[in-house]
Design a protein around this ligand. Structure first.
Ligand code: GDP
Length: 298
């Protein structure tokens, strides 16, 4: 199934119920709103987010004046479209660079979400923007991840990767790596960190220590688009514990139902900045809320 496929057809049934109506009324939007609600819940959008969304759309739908030549179903599509864009943060959220070198980007996230891959992809992305980069390998619990980062970073992308081994504490690796980045005079340094299968205190404590050392410009939470309903709790927890500046959504090329894409901004107040759409190094791009809404509406 194509991502959002189910959501798209769920929403279509809402518009269809308004065919033949003259205006939007309190009465005739009841059924369509029920369809929208169901479609969003089935797409794994978090419940509080769905509730607020439905409330906002309903308020506007009933308050909307009749526009000559625009059918009620088209009016509802427009309202939902605008609200979806707003829900996902409205404008594109650009990466922030610090005024003094280097800009530090700290990547966090659970194991297997695509953090290591994203680290290298991000280095390539920044390299293409003309910025010199360095990577710091901080996934001390998975020697294979360090090896992978060295291969992707140095051989594929062509940026230096700082490796300190696996018996050094992440905060110490961060300290050494940052010193190296300053010596090399690079513009951006990206640190990959160790995830866990689920949120635990040791991971959060490690991340806090690393953050203290790095004083990063960006703390980006890498979220697998397939996460589903738990995405809201996950993002909230990372944001409360370590404070994030945004998220990177990976595996958008998969058949996820889209809930994470729609929940992240609303639950954390932090935008999705970038999305990963495949396993190739080139598959990382900015997150465009309007294009995403367009895809949802089909
Ligand atoms: P980490 O444990 O968070 O560091 O995750 P990895 O970077 O090792 O990625 C885990 C798996 O997901 C690997 O097989 C990657 O190739 C794959 N992966 C990462 N990003 C994407 C993506 O955007 N799309 C797809 N299809 N696979 C991805």
């Amino acid at each position: 199934a194509e991502m959002f496929g189910q959501l798209t057809s769920g929403l279509e049934s809402a518009w269809n119920k308004l065919k033949g109506e003259e205006v939007l009324t309190k009465e005739n939007i009841v059924e369509p709103m029920r369809d929208i609600r169901r479609a969003l819940l089935e797409a794994d959008v978090s419940l509080p987010v769905v509730r607020r969304f439905i409330q906002d759309v309903s308020d506007q739908a009933v308050g909307t004046a009749l526009i000559r030549g625009v059918r009620p179903d088209q009016q509802l599509v427009k309202i939902v479209s605008d609200e979806l864009v707003k829900l996902m943060g409205g404008e594109v959220s650009e990466l922030v660079f610090s005024k003094t070198k280097p800009t530090v980007i700290l990547l966090a996230g659970l194991q297997g979400v695509g953090k290591t891959t994203v680290s290298a992809k991000l280095a390539l992305y920044l390299k293409k923007l003309g910025k010199s980069c360095m990577l710091i390998a901080g996934d001390v619990y998975r020697p294979a991840a360090i090896e992978q980062l060295v291969i992707l970073g140095e051989r594929v992308v062509g940026v230096p990767v700082y490796v300190a081994g696996t018996d050094v504490k992440p905060a110490e690796i961060a300290r050494q790596g940052l010193a190296e980045a300053k010596k090399k005079n690079v513009e951006v340094v990206i640190m990959d960190t160790a995830g866990r299968l689920q949120i635990d205190k040791a991971m959060m404590d490690e991340l806090k220590d690393v953050k203290k050392v790095l004083n990063p410009t960006e703390v980006l939470l890498v979220v697998d688009a397939m996460t589903g309903q738990e995405a809201a709790a996950l993002v909230t927890s990372f944001n409360v514990e370590i404070g994030i500046t945004g998220a990177i959504l990976t595996k958008l090329d998969g058949d996820s139902r889209g809930g994470a894409a729609l929940s992240v901004k609303e639950v954390s107040g932090k935008p999705i900045k970038l999305v990963g759409r495949g396993e190739r190094m080139e598959d990382l791009e900015p997150f465009y809320p309007d294009r995403m809404a367009g895809r949802i509406l089909g």
